[in-house]
Design a protein around this ligand. Structure first.
Ligand code: NAP
Ligand code: ZN
Length: 348
């Protein structure tokens, strides 16, 4: 029998989120039922709730930065037991058989992975995310949260952490590399901490100098305001890797001019409108423009363990569920320091 749990849902693209109830499937042989304690608010939740990436099916419960405690396990579950501290990120399933899944890159599942929300789950129902009391997930998509990390500050690692860790690792951020992180929001503040811990020289490129002190405290070596045209002159050709986390359109050509020879600008920000660039921003220095999406399950576990080992976590502002609409407005105004996390016990 499915279980009814409390949640917060967007009823349409234009209305505020409201309290509701949703059904969670019965625990199957390989499933884990998680008592959700905290759910981070990712900008992707807002893009989806407002149909900015194409039409969303309503009502929708978003949230893919989930931390909680195992409440029940199916009879075939081998890796988790009741009481374990666990997390769920942006995916809850994939085919498990294609070349990407076999490589442990479930995010690139050739048949399409099952998103934590806005996909179709094993029960044939639309998947519903973390702004809720419980979730049922097949054990292969459940992450272990190390004891050194609080569940509240670990929640945002499940998306913001892995989305920045994966490209930093893939493009070789480390000692001797110069990395710029564009946008000091949820993803950006994780990118800065992770790039610093990996040994790179880190620069924050933010719209203003308002967050400079905190950016430097998070591990940045340099901080520059992109509202100052002098920044683009001064930093021309000076980065090996730029991670763009901005949720809105930016002038890509200006940022590409900051890349050194063979440098790469990786776009993880996913704005509603297309971005354009001039090929002559890439040609002269053999520059690359790339995209990246989250990371595989094994890499996500590696990132969580890396964070625990290096004392890294999200900087959060914990809110009640009924403050979620207000939090959305603050995220949209770049007024987030640096991730809102819903205390899901306030759904009661
Ligand atoms: P966020 O917390 O809102 O951070 C975005 C930051 O971008 C803001 O804090 C702000 O930083 C900067 N910014 C916002 N509007 C801007 C503008 N008009 N011009 C220049 N800079 C601007 O969002 P987030 O949760 O980190 O997510 C960022 C983006 O990544 C979203 O589009 C999200 O959907 C996407 N995302 C992608 C993946 C993936 O797998 N690729 C995963 C998660 C999220 P400053 O104030 O410092 O300028
Ligand atoms: Zn996200």
């Amino acid at each position: 029998m499915p279980t009814t749990v409390k949640a917060y849902a967007a009823p349409s693209a234009t209305e505020p989120l409201v309290p509701t109830t949703i059904e969670r499937r019965d625990v199957g042989p390989h499933d884990v039922r998680i008592d959700i304690r905290y759910a981070g608010i990712c900008h992707s939740d807002i893009h989806t709730a407002r149909s900015e990436w194409g039409p969303t099916t309503y009502p929708i419960v978003v949230g893919h930065e989930i931390a909680g405690v195992v409440a029940e396990v199916g009879p075939e579950v081998t890796r988790f037991a009741v009481g374990d501290r666990v997390g769920v990120g942006c995916m809850v399933d994939s085919c498990g058989e294609c070349a990407s899944c076999r490589k442990g890159e479930e995010q690139h599942c050739l048949r399409g992975n099952t998103g934590t929300y806005a996909s179709v789950g094993r029960d044939g129902q639309p998947t519903q995310g973390g702004y809720s009391q419980e979730i049922v997930v097949t054990e292969g998509f459940v992450l272990r949260i190390p004891d050194a990390l609080g569940l509240d500050v670990a929640a945002p690692l499940l998306c913001a952490g892995i989305t920045t860790y994966s490209p930093l690792r893939h493009w070789g951020a480390g000692p001797g590399t110069r990395v710029a992180v564009v946008g000091l929001g949820g993803l950006g503040h994780m990118g800065v901490q992770l790039a610093h811990a990996l040994g790179a020289e880190v620069t924050v490129l933010s719209q203003s100098l308002k967050k400079q002190e905190e950016g430097l405290r998070l591990g940045a070596d340099h901080y520059a305001a992109t509202s100052d045209p002098g920044t683009f002159e001064r930093l021309r050709g000076s980065f090996d890797l730029i991670i763009n986390t901005v949720s809105a359109e930016i002038d890509l050509d200006a940022y590409l001019s900051l890349l050194a020879v063979d440098g790469t600008l990786v776009n993880v920000g996913a704005p509603e409108k297309p971005l354009s660039l001039a090929v002559f921003s890439l040609i002269p220095f053999r520059r690359s423009f790339a995209g990246s999406t989250i990371g595989g399950i094994a890499e996500t576990q590696e990132m969580l363990d890396f964070c625990a080992e290096h004392g890294i976590a999200a900087q959060i502002e914990t809110i009640r569920a009924d403050q979620v609409n207000e939090a959305y407005e603050r995220v949209l105004a770049s007024d987030v320091r640096y991730r809102f996390v819903i205390d899901t016990s306030t759904l009661d």
